[in-house]
Design a protein around this ligand. Structure first.
Ligand code: F6R
Length: 243
């Protein structure tokens, strides 16, 4: 596990973009696993800037996103498909047909989970998975529980996650209660993992997840067992660990 510390959010974002740029440059047809949320927005902005400067080419890149709210269509403003389009895909030369997000409107829940697992396998697995971390240690929507769920599944969101995400909805009741998410095995099978973490409010979970015991009660702790993880944080997020 390597730790990269930026002094603030922008520097953290540039460092994360460096790692993703290296992947795109060395393997132009990479499969990138992508995340939504506040943490990677700066990383996407920086990747867009590098694309606009002519330094990056996404034309052969394929992507697979971690998760999606169940019940939201891709054109709903709070859907993760909409997030990805507006924060990244619409601004680079990626072929949208090569971008994948779970279908929030799928009626056959188990069928959609199986389709997503098959899709990841058919792409040859994930070369680099970008992650954020929840205050309770969740990755994707893998919430604390007694076991690590392996594959794509539909999950009831923890109250803390609903509260954290309600800032983006008009009212808390509008936050969907369920989501599709890749499982821990899907994430751990990625050849490289890059996690972005920003802010003092994440400092406790950073210490717990990466310096505490590996347990499904802190899902991100499993990353301690992955052979190629880069944790990219700002000084505030790293304020409770000594590097
Ligand atoms: C988003 C995702 C979530 C977020 C996490 C942190 O696709 O999978 O696990 O990474 O909730 O969110 P932010 O970055 O908004 O603090």
């Amino acid at each position: 596990m390597r730790f990269y510390c930026g002094k603030d959010y922008d520097e953290m974002s540039r460092k994360a973009a460096n790692l993703i740029s290296a992947q795109v440059l060395t393997k132009p047809d990479s499969v990138l696993g992508l995340a939504t949320g506040s943490s990677p927005i700066g990383t996407y902005k920086e990747l867009i800037r590098r694309y606009e400067m002519g330094d990056l080419d996404f034309s052969s890149i394929r992507t697979v996103n971690l998760d999606e709210y169940k019940g939201l269509s891709g054109d709903h403003e709070q859907s993760y498909r909409y997030f990805m389009d507006t924060h990244f895909f619409d601004h680079v030369n990626i072929d949208k047909a090569n971008t994948n997000v779970p279908n929030g409107l799928a009626e056959d829940t188990d069928g959609e989970c199986a389709r997503y697992d098959d899709l990841i396998a058919s792409m040859g697995g994930i070369d680099l998975q970008l992650l954020g971390i929840g205050h309770n240690g969740h990755i994707g929507f893998n919430e604390p529980e007694d076991i690590f769920r392996k594959e794509t599944h539909c999950v009831a969101l923890a109250e803390s996650t609903i509260n954290a995400n309600s800032r983006l909805f008009e009212k808390k009741e509008d936050v969907p209660r369920y989501a599709f998410t890749m499982g821990i095995k899907n994430i751990m099978m990625a050849r490289k993992i890059v996690m972005v973490i920003s802010g003092e409010d994440k400092a406790d979970i950073v210490a717990k997840a990466f310096f505490g015991p590996v347990t499904p009660q802190v899902p991100a702790s499993i990353l301690q067992l992955h052979p190629d993880v880069s944790i990219v944080g700002d000084a505030a997020a790293f304020s409770k660990i000594s590097l």
